[in-house]
Design a protein around this ligand. Structure first.
Ligand SMILES: [Zn+2]
Ligand SMILES: [Zn+2]
Length: 350
């Protein structure tokens, strides 16, 4: 079968590899859709400490079950399924507390296990044990189902900071994740949602799709003045930084309303992880600063249901469908901001 194998930074090779056979407790799927993500671009450019090449990458996966290993009774050949990306151990204190996203023993599809940029893929037994295989409801397409994984991460972040009715939400970063944050905040009842980016053309593309109450081009507009004006001088009650930018994180702290909750959704480059914080601003304004890391299998199920029920539509966010041979082009489109969501269709695009 054909697969996209990451060999070294800058080297992602489409090649023939042996078709894998499912062992006890595993499923084998035909990958029908695997969405690309900012992390794939990061891996392609720099590699990743948790990934030992050569490895097939891709972790936003949907497909059809084509074989079962011994002992698998919950799924059948022909089942349409969506697969989690972050695989919790289900044994540690975090997993037992229902906080699988911060499981210290977490492994991931496309990192420790071969991923979804391939014609076929094994679903490891650890994924089945963690309840990480979801049946795709009704007629929902594979490509929409694949977006359940990033939406689950977005859901996790908004749960950590309790986004809900009455909130005024500023999302900084208008990539695919920023778009999902806007849509989810609305679904959770936010009163107003703003979307800001320093890349004017990316902002325009994304704002046309998700229609925030106000799109703010940070390269030409005064973010501070606009969000203050839009929130009656108070500032947003929620700010989510969906960009690898320390400057955005610092700005979020300066802009948030008293009692505001801030999610550092996007991590920073590992050689530039420090930011400057006026601790007294956090102190006197009672700000809550929160992180976000992956999602739990339960959040994956919930995200898939949100998409299937139309509460968080994603179909119009999928701007590009590309065959496996074009993984490099897909990563390019993600990085440049000319696409919103790019999905690889290993079986080929009509
Ligand atoms: Zn991802
Ligand atoms: Zn665990």
């Amino acid at each position: 079968m054909k697969a996209a194998v990451f060999k070294a930074p800058g080297q992602l090779v489409i090649e023939e590899v042996d078709s894998p056979e499912p062992q006890a407790g595993e499923l084998k799927i035909r990958v029908m859709a695997c969405a690309t993500c900012g992390t794939d671009a990061k891996i392609f450019q720099h590699g990743h400490p948790r990934l030992t090449p050569p490895q097939i990458i891709g972790h936003e996966i949907a497909g059809v079950v084509i074989a079962r290993g011994a002992g698998v009774v919950d799924f059948n050949e022909g089942d349409r399924v969506q697969i989690i990306a972050a695989v919790p151990c289900e044994e540690c204190w975090a997993c037992k507390a229902g906080k699988q996203g911060i499981c210290p023993n977490q492994t991931s599809m496309g990192y420790q296990y071969p991923g979804g940029f391939a014609e076929e893929m094994i679903v490891p037994s650890a994924v089945l044990k963690a309840n990480g295989v979801n049946l795709i409801p009704g007629t929902l397409s594979f490509e929409e189902a694949a977006v359940a994984e990033p939406l689950a991460c977005v859901l996790n972040a908004q749960r950590v900071i309790s986004v809900g009715p009455g909130d005024t939400v500023l999302v900084m970063g208008a990539g695919p994740i920023g778009c999902l944050h806007v849509r989810l905040a609305r679904a959770l009842g936010a009163r107003k949602v703003f979307l800001a980016d320093i890349n004017g053309s990316r902002l325009q593309l994304s704002a046309a799709a998700v229609a925030p109450d106000r799109a703010i081009d940070m390269s030409t507009e005064d973010l501070d003045a606009i969000v203050r004006h839009e929130t009656d001088g108070v500032g947003p009650s929620v700010i989510i930084t969906a960009a690898p930018s320390g400057q955005a994180q610092e700005q979020a702290i300066a802009l948030a309303a008293p009692g505001g909750r801030i999610s550092f959704f996007g991590g920073l480059p590992k050689d530039k992880p420090m930011i400057a914080v006026d601790s007294n601003v956090v102190h006197y304004r009672e700000l809550i600063l929160a992180g976000a890391n992956g999602s739990s299998p339960a959040q994956n199920k919930e995200a898939l249901a949100l998409i299937a029920e139309g509460k968080v539509p994603v179909k119009d966010l999928i701007t590009h469908r590309l065959p496996l041979d074009d993984v490099a082009g897909a990563i390019d489109a993600v990085t440049s901001g000319t696409a919103i969501k790019v999905v690889i269709i290993p079986g080929g695009v009509d």
